[in-house]
Design a protein around this ligand. Structure first.
Ligand code: DQA
Length: 146
C-alpha cells in the first residue's frame, strides 16, 4: 500500500502565480498541486494537497495529517514566524513533518529570521521555489521507506 502524505499550505499561498512573482515564481497553487500529484505518483506516494488562510484551520489540518497520514509537508507561510499554535500542533503529532518554503526567509527581511517551527520539524527545505516540494516528497519517500 502507498504511504500517505498530506501537503499543507498556509496564508496567501492561494495567490501564488501573481503574488510577488520575483520572490515566489509564476506557478499557481493549482499548478503546484498538479506538479505534486505527478511527483508523488512517481514515488508511489498518495498525496492530498490543501491550502488554508487561517491559523486554526491549519492547526486542524495538521491534527488530521497526524491521524490520517504517514508524513506531512508543510509550508506554514507567515505563521512560520509567529505561531506557537502551529508549532504546538506539530509537536502534538508523531509523523515526520518537512517544512518547505519557496523563498529563503532567512535571506529576506529580518523578521523572517524568527522561525518557530525549524527545531520541531524533521527537516526543512528553503529557497528552491516550487522544486522544494519535489525535494520534500523525495526526502519523505526515502524516510518513510527506511
Ligand atoms: C514563505 C515565506 C514566508 O516568510 C512568507 O510569509 C510566505 C511564504 C515561502 O514559501 O517562501 O508567505 O513561506
Amino acid at each position: 500500500m502507498s504511504a500517505k502524505v498530506h501537503i499543507l499550505n498556509g496564508p496567501n499561498l492561494s495567490r501564488l502565480g501573481t503574488r510577488e512573482p520575483a520572490v515566489y515564481g509564476s506557478t499557481t497553487l493549482a499548478e503546484l498541486a498538479q506538479l505534486c500529484e505527478g511527483w508523488a505518483r512517481g514515488l508511489d506516494l498518495e498525496v492530498t494537497f490543501a491550502q488554508r488562510e487561517g491559523e486554526g484551520e491549519l492547526v486542524e489540518l495538521i491534527h488530521r495529517a497526524g491521524d490520517q497520514a504517514d508524513g506531512l509537508i508543510l509550508n506554514a507561510a507567515a505563521y512560520t514566524h509567529t505561531s506557537v499554535a502551529v508549532r504546538d500542533a506539530i509537536t502534538s503529532i508523531s509523523i515526520p513533518v518537512i517544512e518547505v518554503h519557496l523563498s529563503n526567509p532567512a535571506a529576506r527581511e529580518p523578521f523572517r529570521r524568527q522561525n518557530l517551527l525549524e527545531d520541531v520539524v524533521y527537516a526543512g527545505i528553503r529557497g528552491f521555489g516550487v522544486d522544494g516540494y519535489r525535494l520534500a516528497l523525495e526526502g519523505l519517500a526515502g524516510r518513510l521507506r527506511s
